[in-house]
Design a protein around this ligand. Sequence first.
Ligand SMILES: NC(=O)c1ccc[n+]([C@@H]2O[C@H](COP(=O)([O-])OP(=O)(O)OC[C@H]3O[C@@H](n4cnc5c(N)ncnc54)[C@H](OP(=O)(O)O)[C@@H]3O)[C@@H](O)[C@H]2O)c1
Length: 288
Amino acid sequence: MTMYFGLVGYPVKHSVSPAMHNAAFKQLGIDAVYLAFEVKPNEVDKAIFGAKALGFKGLNITIPHKEKALEFVKPDSLAARIGAINTIDLETMKGYNTDAYGALKALESSRVNVEGKNILIVGAGGAARAIAFALIEKSLVVISNRTEQRGLKLVEELRRYGESIFIPYNEIEKLEGKIDVIVNATPLGMKGFESKPPLPHSLIRDVVVFDTVYNPMETELIKLARKRKCKVVYGIDMLVYQGAKAFEIWTGKKAPVEVMKKAAINSLTLNSTSFISTSTNGHFPPLS
Ligand SMILES: NC(=O)c1ccc[n+]([C@@H]2O[C@H](COP(=O)([O-])OP(=O)(O)OC[C@H]3O[C@@H](n4cnc5c(N)ncnc54)[C@H](OP(=O)(O)O)[C@@H]3O)[C@@H](O)[C@H]2O)c1
């Protein structure tokens, strides 16, 4: 019998997840379908329980529902710390945050050692939280965020598990020479947003640069880092590994990561083409 999986978000029109998961099911000969559903912000509970009642096996949850959805599942300990989930196993009603795993795996696959290193994360939103909690027991996590209060709150939460400090956005330059890995967890660089990197160019020397933005894959920040011979970690890898982990939670099978990556890149390329042709009215739909 065909198994059903879905993505719940708002908007989801440009998501690459259906392409990525359907390619994985096909590759492993699994009779399953993954669909994307646009669900309004106050209706995520109805979507989760409705999908369960319909016999869906699993869901991915994306913006803006990741925090709210946590209330309706049993989160694992990492998801509970982060305060957000992106994956639900509907059979057990367990919730997971595979963005954290995706980020760690992207770093690992690029052979970046984070153990005992100083990591600067720019941003304090959902992506930053997932990455910060994934790293806090291994590294010193420095947070910088445009809205100071949000950054300070994250640092306070992180300090329960390890070493973390906050640096104001306008003082970030002071970190020159003191950081091993820089993570951009803001939308700066993403299509439709300012393309300039969210930090002074002087910091991009002798560091690893991890840009979570994956559309375009080659952001201005990544280009600059490569020009300066810095090691880079791509947002597309985080995206693929978070999907791979969700796939493994649902199916118990090893995810075909390369197939998923190819499907994600193809889907992004298609989306970009339609994006260019429809963007003349100045609306830039976010890609998630
Ligand atoms: N590769 C992946 O798998 C993956 C997964 C998730 C997200 N992402 C990327 O991460 C980005 C952030 O996603 P999110 O879910 O964390 O979003 P979010 O929860 O809305 O957080 C956005 C963060 O970016 C900061 N920010 C927004 N606009 C800014 C600007 N103009 N200048 C400086 N800072 C700005 C915000 O600061 P304030 O607190 O001041 O508003 C906040 O810290 C996305 O755009 C996406 O590209 C990638």
